[in-house]
Design a protein around this ligand. Structure first.
Ligand SMILES: Cc1ncc(COP(=O)(O)O)c(C=O)c1O
Length: 366
């Protein structure tokens, strides 16, 4: 047990009680619908966190990168969904090896991405279990719903490919900002659109047991569309300033903070902290203009302070309350985007109250 005052700064903290409450609430809400919970591992990249999600009912995990897949498979997680297209020779080789280990499903959205994988899998004698990625509004990866039948026919005609269902990431919900009613309606539409695609595929004779939606802002809407079978929120484990802005969480639910100290106060109206972009990541979505929510050492938000700019290892706090801060003061910052902040760190400290109780590695970073 270490007092926060004795930790090095900056440091990445995860309030264990808040994290546990977030996990329990999400698993209760999703479980009540009969929908399975498959959290995205990118939020924590920490096996100690993932193990708690399993205790809270996760049936498996979602991953974005080969390193995440590797880490979870090595830890004995048997049901992993790689929600990214394995394109390029090293990813194709990796996919075949990971498929050989069993329990892996891969997201595909085009014959161009699928053909090299199909060939390598057929040569190795393994089957690629895949979900067809569908674009329900984010306009990132994924086929248009209208093209799903044609693309599914092309993919299932390839050797060694076996379709398990459909997947969407309703990341476009964040564009609704604080308009929660608009966000909920868009989430519901994304869920219903995906179910319609699954039904159209079934009508053409395809097996489609998996209907997978996934995001934290969408977790109160998309999984509730009748016919959705699983939800893949990630950020919910920690929440962050963006989720507060979107109305998906209250500040008191944010479990991840960056512990930092005031290191310089040379100019009135500005103080410098030792948390810059390399501690926070530069991700800003809903909290445009700020790099995070400034809190006191106990984690309570402070009025009159804005985290308005940052260099690599220096943060600039501005606002009237800077006059109350002194060099050496300890603060905590809730990052804009928990998953981006995670990727900046090699370890986190679990915190119980005002004590750090455990240091855990963060792995599978780029
Ligand atoms: C494919 C996929 N599924 C699920 C998620 C989880 O969404 P969130 O971070 O909003 O919880 C993401 C986030 O980027 C994603 O890309």
């Amino acid at each position: 047990m270490t007092a926060l005052d004795e930790l090095p700064t900056p440091a990445l903290l995860v309030d264990r009680a808040r994290m546990e409450a977030n996990m329990a609430a999400m698993s209760a809400a999703i479980g009540a619908t009969g929908v399975a919970l498959r959290p995205h591992f990118k939020t924590s990249k920490c096996l100690a966190v993932a193990r708690r999600q399993v205790v809270h009912g996760a049936i498996g995990f979602t991953c974005a990168t080969p390193a995440e897949v590797t880490l979870l498979q090595a830890a004995g997680i048997e049901d992993v969904l790689w929600a990214h297209q394995p394109v390029g020779p090293t990813k194709v080789d990796f996919a075949v090896q990971a498929l050989t280990r069993g329990g892996l499903t891969i997201a595909l959205d085009s014959p161009e991405a699928a053909e090299p994988l199909s060939k390598a899998a057929a040569d190795a004698g393994v089957t690629v279990a895949f979900v067809l990625e569908v674009d329900t509004g984010l306009h990132r990866a994924g086929v248009d719903p209208d093209h799903a039948v044609v693309t599914a026919a092309a993919l299932t005609a390839l050797p060694a490919l076996e379709m398990r269902g459909v997947l969407t990431h309703e990341g476009h919900l964040a564009a609704h900002g604080s308009d929660r009613a608009g966000l909920e309606a868009a989430g519901d539409l994304a869920g219903r659109t995906l179910v319609q695609v699954a039904e159209a595929l079934r009508a053409r004779g395809h097996e489609c047991p998996l209907v997978s939606v996934g995001s934290t802002p969408g977790a109160t809407s998309a999984p509730f569309a009748a016919g959705v079978t699983e939800a893949r929120p990630g950020t919910y484990a920690y929440f962050d300033a963006n989720q507060v802005g979107l109305g998906s969480a209250r500040i008191e639910q944010c479990a991840q903070t960056v512990l930092t100290r005031v290191t310089s106060a040379q100019r009135p109206g500005t103080v410098i902290i030792d948390a810059g972009i390399k501690a926070m990541s530069s991700d800003s979505i809903a909290t445009a203009g700020a790099l995070g929510i400034v809190c006191d050492a106990a984690g309570a938000p402070l009025d009159g302070l804005s985290f308005s700019a940052a260099n690599e290892e220096h943060g600039y706090l501005t606002g009237p309350a800077t006059s109350t801060l002194r060099v050496g003061d300890l603060l905590r910052i809730i990052p804009n985007h928990a998953c981006g902040a995670t990727n900046m760190w090699s370890a986190l400290y679990f915190v119980d109250g005002d004590r750090a109780v455990e240091r855990q590695p963060i792995e599978a970073r780029h």
